[in-house]
Design a protein around this ligand. Sequence first.
Ligand code: ATP
Ligand code: MG
Length: 306
Amino acid sequence: MINNGFNNRINSGGQTLKGPRKIAIANKKGGVGKTTTTINLGSALAKLGRKVLIVDGDLQGSLTSWLNLGDNVNGRDLGAILTGIIPFVDAIFEIEEENFFAIPIDNSLNELKLNFNGDGGWEMALKRELDNWPLGYDYILFDCPASYNAILINILAASDEIIIPVQTEILSLNSTLSFLENLSQIKQSINPTLEIAGILPVMFDKRTRHSKEILEIMAEAPNLGNHLFKTVIRNNIRLAEGPMRSRTIFRASPSSNGAVDYMLLAEELIDQENNESNDENIISEVAISSQSENNNSGDALKPPEF
Ligand SMILES: Nc1ncnc2c1ncn2[C@@H]1O[C@H](COP(=O)(O)OP(=O)(O)OP(=O)(O)O)[C@@H](O)[C@H]1O
Ligand SMILES: [Mg+2]
């Protein structure tokens, strides 16, 4: 069933109240828990009474198939929104948990051709659409692709914040650092107010020295340690089984470590709303250092190759 998205936070005086927190779950490294985090963090926030919309922004369609939405898409997906075929609210599906909604993606598409000619601003297609609707959500979480493509840029342009899941192993940490440089270009060129909600250690295995070592390096790294969530998502087989059962961790294994960890993360995220952060924005810091090394900020505005 479609939710029309009009159950919004407009008060009786017609004023629009503070809109949803729009958060991209992103890292250009594949397989680091982006989709797992989008679904289970979304479900935890919904359990805590927040109204949550999750959006599949990856043409692999992992989130869509995890939630078993594939057969019902019928053209109502993120691709149709980005190409202007349908309005945002027409692609919202209810899923089997209270306060929890999703926008799928048609994973039969191999690519998405946005109209680069028009009046320009292809990278703002999603943001324009979101700005058009009085959305009644507390949180919108975007599951991002691992590739640096037009959908990712649209999501980063439309988001207020980003959560970066990082597997506690060295290659994942290294590629995260280079992803932060890509973000600095996005920030300079299309979204100056994009902030990091947090860097999230995932798949942590306390039995391995390597996992602990990487966590220590992350905690001590300048510009990175102060953005680490306190919550660490442990390696948990129940999380890996989620897609097979087409359930969030809270329906499949509510007492597992995975459920505990994602609930703690949701609480930490909500807590941020009560604490004004004085931290300097890590994306700006990286921007300044990468700008002096390599003055190519315009590149982020070029339509990516498919
Ligand atoms: N905390 C965890 N413990 C155990 N397995 C996990 C955990 N988090 C994710 N996984 C598993 O790791 C794999 C990758 O996770 P996921 O699909 O969420 O990553 P992703 O970043 O979305 O990948 P992609 O870049 O392909 O979209 C999946 O098989 C998932 O079930
Ligand atoms: Mg994924």
